[in-house]
Design a protein around this ligand. Sequence first.
Ligand SMILES: Cc1cc2nc3c(=O)[nH]c(=O)nc-3n(C[C@H](O)[C@H](O)[C@H](O)COP(=O)(O)OP(=O)(O)OC[C@H]3O[C@@H](n4cnc5c(N)ncnc54)[C@H](O)[C@@H]3O)c2cc1C
Length: 369
Amino acid sequence: MTTGHDVIVVGGGAIGAACARELARSGRSVAFMDPDSDDGPAWRAAAGMLAPEIETRETDDPIVALGVAGRDRLAVLAERLKESIGADIGLWQEGIAHAAFDEADETRLRAQVAHQRQQSLHVDWLDAEEAKARWPWLGPARGALWAPAGGGVDPQRLVQALRADAVRLGATLIPDRATAIERHGDRVAAVHGKARHPAGDVVIAAGAWSGLLEGLPRPLAVAPVRGEMAALPAPAGIGRAIVYGKGAYLVGRDDEVTVGSTMDYAGFRNEVTAAGLARIFAGASQICPALARLPVTRTWSGLRPVSADGLPLLGADPSLGGLWYATGHGRNGILLSGITGVLIRQLLGGEPTVIEDLSAFDPGRFWQW
Ligand SMILES: Cc1cc2nc3c(=O)[nH]c(=O)nc-3n(C[C@H](O)[C@H](O)[C@H](O)COP(=O)(O)OP(=O)(O)OC[C@H]3O[C@@H](n4cnc5c(N)ncnc54)[C@H](O)[C@@H]3O)c2cc1C
């Protein structure tokens, strides 16, 4: 006999595990499904940067406020996960820079600093001498945007810790791939995998694979966008640092530097390509010219879930009762994992949400017909 759950979360990656943990914390009976295969989940590939001031596409991008809340939430989670299960998610917040290597980037980044300071965000402009003094290994930068609250986590440790804590709080991890959503009238009734799992509510958090589920009421505007990465030994003196440049970034962690990343619409082809690596190394060796002489030790890739407007889908399906979306987090799903879990718990409970206005993330924005 199959017993039902109050909620089934489809996916146990960065977003699904965070949702399952928060929902279990609220006393609901929760299961989360994940086949745990290595076919390109984004969390296995991610750099783990927490960079809301930098990962903005335009002035007044709603991702910035959500991202700042996400970073604050991860700081809380880091403590809670340490207390509850002794997990170290590798959180550090020693700042992130975006260096300008030409006049156009300098103009754009200086304007970004001015605008973000008006929004009370803590960002500064470092001129060329200040940037060089801080990072002697930096290439010929004209200056840099500096976000001192930026930092990173270890995405794999974060997801494993969220999963373990969700289970400690009573959630059941079902090691299976969901294939279909079953509805009964105007409500969800169950999730199908190898077995049928009855559920009162279903949260879709299967990353780039979210739209492949059968039985969804409408097509999901979330596509896989491949990101490629590479690792090299850290050049002397680089230490812990995160610096963005033109089309690439560099993350220095102890004795290794990781560089990334591409944004390619290549379907579900999770592979590392010569063209992708060429773009990454062109950008990364502008940031740190010493990298060009070092051996590449590892390469890998993953598939980000990217929505049609680049913003996540957070909230209820407009017509099918009990169906919720927590997907489409694109380049920022590690940063947004903890806050997404909180928001989904609050939305399912009909409570006020910590971010009051979620209209920019309303899944119904794509479905005007
Ligand atoms: C190269 C790269 C670098 C990145 N760097 C950063 C960064 O520095 N900072 C940041 O914030 N974000 C970064 N990201 C983005 C971040 O990794 C994603 O936004 C985030 O992982 C999305 O979380 P998710 O749970 O929605 O999807 P995923 O992490 O992809 O997880 C989806 C999960 O769903 C499971 N699944 C799939 N299909 C099914 C199914 N049918 N049934 C059940 N389970 C299923 C998968 O096994 C997987 O575990 C990066 C991504 C890439 C690829």
